[in-house]
Design a protein around this ligand. Structure first.
Ligand code: CAA
Length: 248
């Protein structure tokens, strides 16, 4: 909680497309929001843009793929802002390519940033949440973790792994008032998705019954819903938000 008794939410990878929309929506919905970033130039531009739009969000630098740097950042946030009630594990990267061509570093980069980061952040916040008997952990996975995607063995493995983590941890911490859930967005109009070759993206959108990319605000509203006090009986769930691209 912060000094005015607002729940504090940490969004990792806050300066990306989804992270930005989450920060804005959570702030509008009455949370105290802090963001994490890794690239200083991007963070500087982001803060200026957000301030111009009337959103005041403190950003903290930290490499969530490193356990030590994550720990340092979390301590800084707790000292400067307060104890973190809700963690949104949103930071993620792609290094697409067929496995036959995949470089060892591209495998490790994706697993470290997308999956090990979930451990690094959650593990170091969990004791505090247990003591305070409240917590919301929201893991941002992907439709490609649910169904697989040509060219994404690393990404799909990491994203599927996130939901395995969610289900197991949900069972372990349910008795402490902590919920753990996954959100699996489909193709959303972010820079990450727009980097997919145009021809490939056109083919993908053609498989989406809604015939369009998702909006970042659509995912952000789901995050805010799961962060709320009222969702205290929802845990271990995986919310698909993909325009019907993958139904099961
Ligand atoms: N299914 C079957 N075959 C395919 C295919 C597919 N979807 N895509 C490509 N191929 C085939 C090609 O036809 C080609 O076959 P031939 O050699 O027989 O001609 C072969 O694979 C090689 O294709 P490329 O020349 O495209 O090879 P590449 O290795 O340079 O690139 C790729 C492959 C990187 C996967 C590229 O196609 C690509 O970027 N695909 C998009 C992957 C994607 O959807 N990423 C999502 C990013 S956004 C995100 O991750 C957010 C989220 O959560 C949704």
């Amino acid at each position: 909680m912060d000094k005015s008794n607002k729940r504090i939410v940490l969004v990792t990878g806050a300066t990306g497309g989804l992270g930005t929309a989450m920060c804005k929506t959570l702030l509008k919905d009455g949370f105290k929001v802090v963001g994490n970033y890794i690239t200083p130039e991007k963070a500087e531009k982001w803060t200026k843009q957000m301030n111009d739009e009337g959103f005041h969000i403190d950003l903290f630098k930290g490499d969530v793929s490193s356990y030590e740097d994550t720990g340092r950042m979390l301590k800084e946030i707790e000292t400067k802002v307060g104890t973190i009630d809700t963690l949104v594990n949103n930071a993620g990267i792609t290094r697409d390519g067929r496995l036959v061509n995949m470089k060892v570093e591209d495998w490790h980069a994706v697993i470290n940033t997308n999956l090990n980061s979930v451990f690094n952040c959650t593990h170091q916040l969990l004791n505090g949440m247990i003591e305070r008997k409240f917590g919301r952990i929201i893991n941002i996975s992907s439709v490609n973790g649910q169904r697989g995607q040509f060219g994404q063995t690393n990404y799909s493995a990491a994203k599927a792994g996130m939901h395995g983590f969610t289900k197991s941890l949900a069972m372990e911490v349910a008795k402490y008032g902590i919920t753990v859930n996954t959100i699996s967005p489909g193709y959303i109009g972010t820079d990450m998705v727009m980097a997919v070759p145009e021809k490939v993206l056109t083919q993908i959108v053609a498989q989406v019954p809604m015939g369009r990319l998702g909006g970042t605000h659509e995912v952000a509203h789901l995050v805010s819903f799961l962060a709320s006090e009222e969702t205290s009986f929802i845990t271990g769930a995986n919310y698909s938000i993909n325009g019907g691209q993958h139904v099961y």
